[in-house]
Design a protein. Structure first.
Ligand SMILES: Cc1cc2nc3c(=O)[nH]c(=O)nc-3n(C[C@H](O)[C@H](O)[C@H](O)COP(=O)(O)OP(=O)(O)OC[C@H]3O[C@@H](n4cnc5c(N)ncnc54)[C@H](O)[C@@H]3O)c2cc1C
Length: 275
């Protein structure tokens, strides 16, 4: 069990796990097409690309005589004309780890088309001592020492407070005063202790967040958080997410380019902004 003396583990790179993607029920799509007297098949095997093209073609029932160029041309046109609602039908499930609480505070500001499930600091013990250091601080030994000192002290205070509060809440009087049952079990006491103790944890505290988002929302995230003006940690995450998405779906995300910035990082740029 980690305690106040557990060495601080410093993280600088986000973990990006692609947990889920869509699949197409081809038989059902074919049944719909047959019921309407048409036959059509997309030329892509990427489910999100098939689904978004199908959704778009339903709008004009344009299955019978598709224009040349296949799915790439179709979705390219959707981006060009800004028919972005069609892109909402493509969905991915990600798990991000090794990111700071300040990053997730920014991430959860994205509302439309996003779903979030984040590690609870009330239920989960934070004494594991993992903290995310900004690159600009990590690159400077003097600043790194100041940062590490601050994080180490905050971490020690958290562990001390969590232990002391936990012990205190074992007293029925203290438990009642904290609106807990007088005989509150260990889990309930620990939750009450952690929720108060976490107030001293810094923005740098590592967290994990499960994120489900559609292609339109992801594009908005990539543009706003991949921009040069965005905070560097979330810009780094946006770059890592783009890498995954460009492998997953070149036709939905292939238009983004990584443009180098003077500090050695890069920004994400597209000709089709906020589709
Ligand atoms: C570089 C940068 C700096 C920032 N600085 C700050 C800051 O200092 N303080 C701060 O509070 N935030 C800040 N933000 C966060 C920003 O204001 C947004 O909250 C965040 O980027 C989410 O963007 P959004 O609202 O467009 O996204 P979403 O909520 O995902 O919405 C997507 C789009 O849907 C539409 N939409 C969503 N909700 C509504 C609605 N209720 N009504 C009408 N249209 C809607 C809009 O077109 C919106 O752009 C910053 C963001 C960036 C990228």
């Amino acid at each position: 069990m980690p305690d106040a003396t557990t060495p601080i583990r410093v993280l600088t790179e986000p973990g990006v796990y692609l947990i889920g993607r869509q699949m197409v029920q081809t038989a059902e799509l074919d049944r719909f097409l047959a019921d309407h007297g048409v036959s059509w098949a997309s030329d892509t095997s990427v489910a999100a690309e098939v689904v978004t093209e199908t959704a778009g073609r339903v709008c004009y029932m344009s299955f019978a005589k598709p224009r040349p160029g296949g799915n790439a041309a179709y979705l390219g046109h959707i981006k060009e004309v800004g028919h972005g609602s069609v892109l909402e039908h493509g969905v991915w499930n990600f798990l991000f780890t090794g990111v700071s609480r300040s990053l997730t505070h920014e991430l959860v500001r994205h509302r439309a088309g996003f779903g979030f499930s984040q590690l609870s600091q009330r239920y989960v013990d934070e004494s594991v001592a993992e903290y995310v250091e900004p690159d600009i601080i990590a690159a400077d030994p003097e600043l790194h020492a100041v940062w590490l000192d601050a994080v180490t002290h905050a971490h020690a205070a958290y562990v001390k407070l969590a232990e002391a509060l936990n012990a205190k809440l074992a007293d029925p009087k203290a438990a009642t005063a904290a609106l807990l049952p007088p005989d509150a079990d260990r889990t309930t006491r620990r939750k009450a202790a952690r929720q108060a103790a976490r107030s001293v944890l810094p923005n740098a505290t590592e967290t994990k967040i499960f994120v489900t988002a559609n292609a339109r929302a992801l594009r908005h995230f990539l543009e706003s958080r991949g921009a040069a003006a965005a905070e560097p940690e979330i810009r780094k995450l946006a770059g890592a997410v783009l890498d995954v998405l460009q492998r997953e779906s070149p036709n939905l995300f292939g238009d983004y380019r990584k443009v180098p910035l003077p500090d050695g990082t890069f920004e994400l740029v597209t000709d089709f902004k906020k589709v």
